[in-house]
Design a protein around this ligand. Structure first.
Ligand SMILES: Nc1ncnc2c1ncn2[C@@H]1O[C@H](COP(=O)(O)OP(=O)(O)OP(=O)(O)O)[C@@H](O)[C@H]1O
Ligand SMILES: [Mg+2]
Length: 349
């Protein structure tokens, strides 16, 4: 990873973060049978990133959206200031992508997706070129081609974080999103600095779904070990928390750390938890340049999202992040602050 922040003339660091993916029209059916309709996909990332950063920072969504929804989305979620810039949001002639999400009892979900947008072209990625960090979130699974990212990577030294999410999934005849191994996942991971995948996504890549703590560590280490230049791999396990594996610069040894979930009383809706995690992690990296500290920020924000009601509730959660870290992760945070790098992992095969 190269430079994460740029310096203003007055010496204050500012960040410019691009979010590459899809803004979806979501219809969510919860465990209890309740139906919720909203805009989703990278909007959770965008709203969380905007809330985590200052007005002089820039958040740049890069995606395609139906022209009929452009006004509603930009007004409702981007605000009036220049903080979130709409320059990278491209009008899609075919309309907005749609997703009907049904949650099952085990925290698993079924998605029925209608894709109306075209993959982003290299020219459409231009607004991300001068960003200090890029968050790629595969929502419809085909918003970016491998060659497009390869060319982008060659021209950018920004921190690129990948949320695997729907990469490599396909849509069957009924419109349902089906799991499958992303055949070229190692090539994708080789083009980014840091990656996050949930337990099912990691299963699609490594062959088995982690369940025990040791298996989560092995999965995170396995992702990291599969790709030479990757610096951080995170496997998120919903209510089981997240496990991070990372390599130190100039040192091939791998360290791991498990972050237990934020203890929350009543989980309302875990939609967007992965997106909030990604936003917290990316900003945490920009600010602290420490993946373990960034994982704490990510865990707390995603935990708060589980008790909130949707993207509209995210801004109010931001000021609770540091107090919640002090309350629930004081010891771990103090160890990280005093130089703890994680536990040494078994040698990567
Ligand atoms: N029930 C929960 N309680 C508290 N925190 C949670 C809960 N579920 C998820 N989280 C937090 O969110 C993080 C990411 O969750 P998860 O593993 O479900 O990601 P995901 O499957 O990518 O989510 P998404 O549905 O947004 O794609 C977890 O590591 C955890 O910190
Ligand atoms: Mg996800």
């Amino acid at each position: 990873m190269a430079t994460h922040c740029r310096e203003t003339p007055k010496g204050r660091h500012f960040v410019r973060i691009a979010v590459v993916g899809t803004i979806m029209r979501d219809e969510i059916e919860t465990d209890s049978g309740e139906k919720l309709e909203s805009f989703g996909g990278i909007l959770y990332n965008v709203v969380a990133l905007a809330a985590l950063t200052r007005g002089s920072d820039r958040i740049v969504p890069v995606c395609s959206l139906g022209a009929d929804h452009f006004g509603t989305v930009t007004q409702r979620y981007f605000g009036d200031s220049r903080h979130v810039q709409a320059t990278g949001v491209h009008a899609s002639a075919g309309g907005t992508d749609e997703n009907v999400i049904t949650y099952g009892g085990a925290g698993d979900r079924t998605e029925r997706m209608t894709i109306r947008t075209e993959p982003l072209t290299p020219a459409q990625l231009e607004p991300a070129k001068d960003c200090t960090a890029i968050l790629i979130n595969f929502v419809n699974g085909r918003e970016l081609g491998l060659e497009t990212l390869r060319a982008f990577r060659a021209s950018s030294s920004a921190h690129i974080h990948l949320d695997v999410h729907n990469l490599g999934k396909r849509i069957d005849e009924s419109g349902t999103l089906v799991r499958g191994e992303p055949a070229d996942w190692k090539e994708w991971l080789a083009l980014v600095d840091t990656v996050q995948a949930n337990e099912w996504e990691v299963a699609a890549m490594l062959g088995s779904r982690p369940e025990t703590g040791d298996e989560f560590r092995a999965a995170a280490t396995g992702l990291l070990g599969a790709v030479e230049n990757l610096r951080v791999a995170i496997v998120t396990g919903g209510a089981n928390g997240a496990t991070i594996a990372h390599r130190l610069t100039g040192d091939r040894s791998v360290r791991t750390m498990h972050v237990p979930v934020l203890p929350v009383d009543a989980v309302k809706d875990t939609t967007g938890c992965g997106d909030c995690f990604a936003a917290g992690f990316v900003v945490g990296m920009q600010r602290h340049r420490n993946p373990l500290r960034a994982a704490l920020v990510a865990t707390v924000l995603s935990g708060l999202n589980a008790i909130g009601g949707g993207p509209e509730d995210i801004p109010a959660m931001i000021r609770r992040i540091e107090p919640e870290i002090r309350k629930h992760y004081r010891e771990l945070d103090a160890r990280i602050a005093s130089g703890f790098l994680g536990d040494e992992a078994n040698p990567v095969p």
